[in-house]
Design a protein around this ligand. Structure first.
Ligand code: GDP
Ligand code: MG
Length: 451
């Protein structure tokens, strides 16, 4: 998610090799400045950051370690507003009411769905979504589809005004003890006085704990400017940066909090529901410095994976009994974790691999599609026991899956190898082997993973 920035920091840090080398520090900060500007970080923010890092480093005696620490501290400071909430925070008196606002097409409705999904799956909360965008007919329908896919309740009534529907939603939430109410509103331009005054009325009726401004990362510094305007006119308590997957430079995220004076709370990086990350400064900085974000990954995994199932699964792996049903079940769980790229980006040292994988859609890759087609052509017994597959059965499966027998053989071999590898990795020293494997993949490319 932050490939470009992470690379810049690594390069800059690499410039400092010796202690007390003023020249090296100059080189490092010059490099940092250049790449931050190239990544679209606002020039004022860059200037401040560089000056602070330089001062900090000098104070502690120039060296790689000192530079690293200074950079880390200054980045954390840049991304933090003292006393402001981070990620999602719950009101002391439920329900926590969140009003989603922003320009037309910025990603409000999608983000509302993503937040609902995040709260339901990761935080195990009872979520109610309110459709207060009644400007466009299709808007309610879009929201209805999203919430029904993720299994969250919706309050919608096209014949009501936004204020009426908000009141009805809040009543329902209080009566039925919902934890969180997410209100999706119509997109509007700050220059449209009529819509702005409607939004003020909605805000008054909702009396929200949070006002999330959804900003489109692809609009660059415009995202910052519009957030500033909404902050002045309506008031916002946080920003969600959407479509971050389309903004390869990523610099806007770095300056936004300080520029707007409201914390960046979430980043949306993809069209699917799991593609939402909490923006927690310390964790993001760790990721920016190439150290990964193990905490977020662990949280995601803990929420997606049923501990009982996980235990059963790991025992199977240890015995080398991994079968096709397990494979399908694992694919389902992977889906809940979000894109492969975002998962990789959270593992320390895996940044490069994440870049290589790019936007690969694991689920829809040719390999996975072939395996899925094969599995659907198998009998339940065959799915349970891959060893049953003799030549006759393989031929039948190949015909059923629309593959030739060589392809079937290749996939089966890969599957067996994967099971053997998993068994090995689950033993002692498995983590070390995993890392070696990853290094090999980084060097030589990963044969199965072509986009
Ligand atoms: N690639 C990508 N597309 C997104 C993201 N968030 C929203 N979109 C897309 O942006 C378009 C507008 O989103 P929508 O939620 O309807 O915006 P709204 O008008 O503010 O409610 C839709 O096509 C979404 O699928 C994101 O994080 N990444
Ligand atoms: Mg919408």
């Amino acid at each position: 998610m932050f490939d470009t920035l992470t690379d810049s920091f690594k390069n800059a840090i690499g410039k400092i090799r010796f202690h007390d080398d003023d020249k090296a520090l100059k080189k490092a900060t010059a490099e940092l400045k250049k790449s931050l500007l190239k990544a679209d970080v606002h020039h004022k923010v860059v200037k401040e950051l560089i000056a602070a890092v330089e001062l900090d480093t000098k104070k502690n005696g120039i060296g790689k370690e000192q530079f690293l620490k200074a950079l880390q501290a200054e980045l954390t400071r840049l991304l933090t507003i003292q006393g402001a909430p981070k990620g999602f925070t719950f009101a002391s008196n439920p329900p926590t009411v969140v009003l989603m606002i922003g320009l037309q097409g910025s990603g409000k409705t999608t983000t509302t769905g993503k937040l609902a999904y995040f709260l339901k799956e990761q935080k195990k909360k009872k979520v109610l979504v309110v459709a207060a965008d009644l400007q466009r007919l299709a808007a309610v329908e879009q929201l209805r589809q999203i919430v029904s896919n993720i299994g969250v309740d919706l309050v919608a009534d096209e014949t009501m005004t936004p204020v009426q529907i908000v009141k009805q939603g809040l009543q329902k939430a209080k009566k039925e003890l919902y934890d969180v109410v997410l209100i999706d509103t119509a997109g509007r331009l700050a220059i449209d006085d009529e819509l702005m005054s409607e939004l003020k009325e909605v805000k008054e009726a909702a009396d929200p704990d949070e006002l999330f401004y959804v900003a489109d990362a692809m609009t660059g510094q415009d995202a910052v400017r519009t957030a500033q305007t909404f902050k002045e006119k309506i008031g916002i308590s946080g920003v969600v940066l959407s479509k971050f997957d389309g903004d390869s430079k990523g610099g806007v995220a770095l300056g936004l909090t300080e520029q707007v004076g409201a914390p960046l709370r979430f980043i949306g990086a993809g069209e699917k529901m799991p593609d939402l990350e909490q923006f927690i400064p310390e964790r993001i900085v760790s990721r920016l410095m190439g150290a990964g974000d193990v905490e977020s990954l662990a949280e995601k995994a803990a929420a997606a994976i049923d501990p009982k199932e996980a235990k059963k699964f790991s025992q199977k792996i240890k015995k080398g009994q991994f079968n096709f049903n397990d494979f399908l079940a694992q694919m389902e769980q992977m889906k809940k974790l979000g894109s492969m790229k975002s998962i990789m980006g959270m593992i320390p040292g895996m940044g490069n691999l994440a870049k290589q994988i790019g936007d690969m859609d694991l689920e829809n890759s040719d390999e996975i599609k072939a395996i899925k087609a094969m599995i659907s052509s198998m009998t339940p017994k065959e799915r349970e026991n891959p060893d049953l597959l003799n030549n006759m059965r393989k031929r039948r499966i190949a015909t059923g899956a629309g593959l030739d027998q060589m392809q079937v053989n290749r996939v089966l071999k890969q599957f067996k190898n994967a099971a053997i590898m998993a068994k090995k990795l689950s033993g002692k020293g498995g983590m070390k082997q995993m890392q070696d494997l990853m290094h090999q993949m980084q060097g030589g490319g990963f044969p199965g993973m072509r986009r």
